[in-house]
Design a binder for this molecule. Structure first.
Ligand code: PFF
Length: 450
């Protein structure tokens, strides 16, 4: 595709919604609560907030900025913005991260799809932790249903991506986000009024600093990247479809706050219920699938609300998966002059294959482990805790030391049209020094290298 015929988002509000569609997803509803629960609660949340503000937000600004400046996929961006050859590695790492993440993310999305039917038939209408655990355990330990649900997810998202950027992504992202938000608010109110709810709020908001270890900090940082789809070229690819007059700092800040509020709402819907019903906060990936149905079960009209909730969560996962697929699809179609359809088919095929060990990681392949992790956990760890932070360091170093302040000024101020010089200087300082240094230290500590 040439520069002038590249597909793009058609309105400024559409840009905001599509970018939000990439950020908001299972990360808010599933990953944020399960990691917060298994990493000690409020202390983890505190580190996550700091990482989001000091590292995530500035990185999101410069990533989308690079994409828009070059109007290209995550690899070609670096052909266009610099003469130096090596930086393209960032795009290729993003290519790998996208495949790894989608391989396990589509599995979790598959569980959500399966729960839509379980919710509708009333088979998860229970507040009993034992029964809830059994239902979830039965789903994930069945190899056939694990695989089939994953394929349904990939089939659906693969077909949407074949339809193109503005038609596919924008249309899906536009419609359903506000509904999910409203449902979360309702869920929160019910959860907070359960007897014993306060213990959950305390867990979520009263930090116990002794629980903050280097490994916890690395996980929180990894979550900050994962949440805002950073460090792997997704935001670069989306930035490449941004409008010329888009106010990047404002758009990214809005996306960050909106995304954060969805996560906090999910946390406030889940943790009070965890304590009220006697679930284990550290249950891990199953946490959401057990507690959310319990909250709905304890309110009038529970089955309808519960079914709608899983439908909307499934939709939110679609927006995120589309943005994940977009990274390899844009790279393949633009660099190898492949049609979008062929690029999408190849990408989905690769993920189908990589997804098999992830889908079977709690059944047939449960004993296949590397570094003590099954395929699902390994893909998650490799992407969130290694590839995204390393990608983040490289992007910061590139913008801070190669791209430079004058160019950044020009891009983030839309050629002087926006009066935001002071803000850009802060962003530049953060990406030149603070972000790369802190990511590097956290990474080395978290991996026990130092
Ligand atoms: N941000 C998405 C979520 O939190 O669900 C997940 C994600 C999407 C991660 C796109 C990375 C990415 F490139």
């Amino acid at each position: 595709m040439t520069q002038s015929t590249r597909d793009g988002f058609t309105s400024s509000f559409g840009v905001l919604l599509a970018t939000l569609g990439s950020a908001v997803g299972l990360g808010n509803i599933w990953k944020f609560p399960s990691l917060t629960g298994s990493n000690g609660g409020a202390g983890f949340l505190l580190v996550y907030l700091l990482a989001t503000l000091l590292v995530g937000l500035p990185l999101m600004m410069v990533e989308t900025m690079l994409g828009r400046a070059a109007r290209a996929n995550a690899v070609t961006v670096f052909d266009r913005v610099t003469q130096q050859k090596g930086w393209k590695i960032i795009g290729w790492m993003g290519f790998c991260a996208a495949l790894l993440i989608t391989a396990f993310y589509s599995e979790v999305a598959g569980w959500v799809y399966a729960y839509i039917f379980k919710a509708a038939t009333g088979s998860i209408a229970t507040t009993d932790p034992k029964v809830a655990q059994e239902v979830f355990g039965k789903l994930v330990s069945d190899p056939i249903s694990s695989l089939v649900w994953q394929w349904v997810v990939l089939g659906l998202t693969g077909s949407i991506i074949m339809m193109g950027v503005s038609k596919g992504i924008e249309a899906v992202a536009r419609k359903l986000m506000p509904l999910l938000f409203i449902l979360l608010v309702i869920l929160c109110i019910r959860s907070l009024t359960l007897p014993g709810a306060m213990a959950g709020l305390e867990f979520l908001f009263k930090p116990d600093l002794s629980k903050i270890t280097p490994a916890v900090i690395l996980t929180a940082l990894g979550l900050a990247f994962f949440k805002l789809s950073l460090g792997m070229g997704t935001m670069m690819t989306y930035g490449s479809y941004f409008r010329e007059d888009q106010n990047i700092p404002a758009t990214t800040t809005r996306v960050m706050f909106a995304d954060l509020s969805v996560s906090l709402l999910a946390g406030m819907a889940i943790f009070p219920a965890v304590f009220a019903f006697g679930f284990a906060p550290a249950a891990g990936p199953s946490l959401v699938f057990m507690t959310i149905p319990a909250v709905f079960t304890s309110m009038p009209g529970g089955v309808i609300f519960m079914t709608t909730f899983f439908v909307l969560t499934a939709v939110a996962s679609v927006g995120a998966i589309l943005s994940l697929l977009e990274v390899p699809v844009a790279i393949l179609s633009e660099r190898y002059s492949m049609g979008r359809k062929k690029a999408a088919a190849l990408t989905v095929l690769a993920i189908l294959l990589m997804g098999i060990p992830a889908a079977l990681s709690q059944s047939t392949m449960a004993d296949v482990k590397l570094f003590g992790m099954n395929a699902f956990d390994l893909f998650d760890f490799l992407s969130s805790n290694i590839l995204l932070p390393v990608g983040g360091i490289l992007i910061c170093l590139f913008v801070g030391w190669v791209y430079g302040l004058p160019q950044l000024q020009k891009q983030l101020s839309n050629d002087g049209a926006l009066k935001n010089t002071a803000l850009i200087k802060i962003v530049f300082f953060l990406v030149r020094f603070i972000a790369p240094l802190s990511i590097a230290i956290i990474l080395l500590h978290g991996l026990k290298v130092i």
